[in-house]
Design a protein around this ligand. Structure first.
Ligand code: PLP
Length: 372
């Protein structure tokens, strides 16, 4: 099998798994218990949280452990909207967001919130002129992805932050799930930021919401404040420790891993662009690990199936929205429905090998000859 779907899920790093097992075995106590075992667990949790916070430029009290980015996005969006409804019910977001943001916004819309989605420019970035036009005194939230999972566009977060300075009631939520470990990003100037560790060699079922200390949000879960009043449930110490290891490695080796991925991406893009019916959809300047392309006249699902039959795993849209509808993100940059229906995504890792690339290109050539 040739796995090229690392933006959907990245295999766990052996060091992360070892850390998980060691902590799970060595710390039997519940961090909320007052006895010796509880105290030991509490101390390790505090140390771990402090380290994670320092890696992300946050305070330990700003770290909320979640089951992944879907929960973190739901908690941020619903939590901010509900806690600020006295200030307004207008929310802004974009066409590029992950289904967990889109789904939260739909739920909020059904509860009477007004949602506007910003257009995407041809280079994949959000239309910041339109952002200026749509912001209102009753806009309480802008939810934007730092890097979208389909095209890999890096959004102009600095510019967005500057624009929001004139709107003190508008909170900024950043989905950093595809950005952490790929580009330099810290929790500076945002109100909330979500991420998931299974994208960077951490364990599935583990993520974070960073929440600015003074910001009050409404929790999703009620009962038992445990680690924080904003996220009930016994904190899973071993998952937190594993997350710390994954994040430490992702940040420490980010530059060298990115260089490896960039070389493979360049190689792929050069070879694929020579096929007359190939169109590269990912904008120039995006993250190197995501490459979105279309084969004119061939549905993305059809090409993906043909590759899968040859042992190659790529994805059509993101793994969480395989509904057969055209990709909104690709439509936004190409303005062509057919092109968006033909699109699919390769996503790479520092673990991708030259054999993977060669094998993929052979399979691609065979599928192209058969279908295009
Ligand atoms: N946000 C983005 C940008 C993603 O790419 C994903 C996963 O694909 C998520 C959120 C959801 O993450 P999780 O699988 O941890 O719920």
């Amino acid at each position: 099998m040739i796995y090229l779907d690392y933006a959907a899920n990245h295999p766990v790093d052996p060091a992360v798994l070892s850390r998980f097992c060691a902590v799970e075995m060595d710390y039997p106590g519940n961090p909320n218990s007052s006895h010796l075992a509880g105290q030991a667990a509490r101390e390790l949790l505090a140390e771990t949280t402090e380290h994670i916070a320092s890696l992300l430029g946050a305070k330990p009290t700003e770290v909320l452990y979640t089951s992944g980015a879907t929960e973190a996005n739901n908690l941020a969006l619903k939590g901010i909207a509900r806690a600020n409804r006295h200030l307004g019910k207008h929310i802004l977001s974009t066409q590029l967001e992950h289904a967990s943001v889109g789904g939260s916004l739909t739920a909020l819309q059904q509860q009477g919130y007004e949602i506007d989605l910003l257009d995407i420019r041809r280079d994949g970035t959000i239309d910041t002129d339109q952002l200026r036009e749509l912001l209102r005194p009753d806009t309480i939230l802008l939810a934007v992805t730092a890097v979208d999972s389909e095209l890999g566009t890096i959004q102009p977060l600095e510019e967005i932050r500057e624009i929001l300075k004139d709107y003190p009631n508008c909170r900024l939520h950043v989905d950093a799930t595809q950005a952490v470990g790929r580009i330099p990003i810290t929790f500076q100037g945002f109100d909330t930021m979500s991420l998931a560790f299974h994208k960077i060699g951490g364990l599935n079922g583990s993520g974070l919401l960073l929440k600015r200390q003074q910001l009050v949000i409404e929790p999703l879960f009620h009962g038992g404040s445990s680690d924080s009043i904003y996220r009930s449930g016994t904190p899973t110490l071993a998952l937190a420790a594993a997350a710390d290891t994954a994040l430490t490695l992702a940040i420490e080796y980010r530059d060298e891993r990115t260089a490896v991925v960039r070389d493979m991406r360049t190689q792929l893009e050069t070879v694929l662009s020579a096929f007359p019916k190939v169109r590269i959809n990912s904008p120039v300047g995006g993250v190197p690990h995501i490459l979105n392309l279309s084969i004119q006249g061939v549905k993305g699902t059809q090409f993906q199936k043909a590759l899968s039959e040859r042992g190659v795993c790529v994805s059509v849209k993101s793994a969480c929205s395989s509904d057969g509808l055209p990709s909104k993100a690709v439509f936004a940059v190409s303005r062509e429905r057919k092109n968006s229906l033909s699109s699919w995504r390769i996503s790479l890792s520092w673990r991708t090998t030259q054999e993977d690339i060669t094998g993929f290109l052979q399979a691609f050539d065979a599928c192209y000859q058969e279908l295009a």
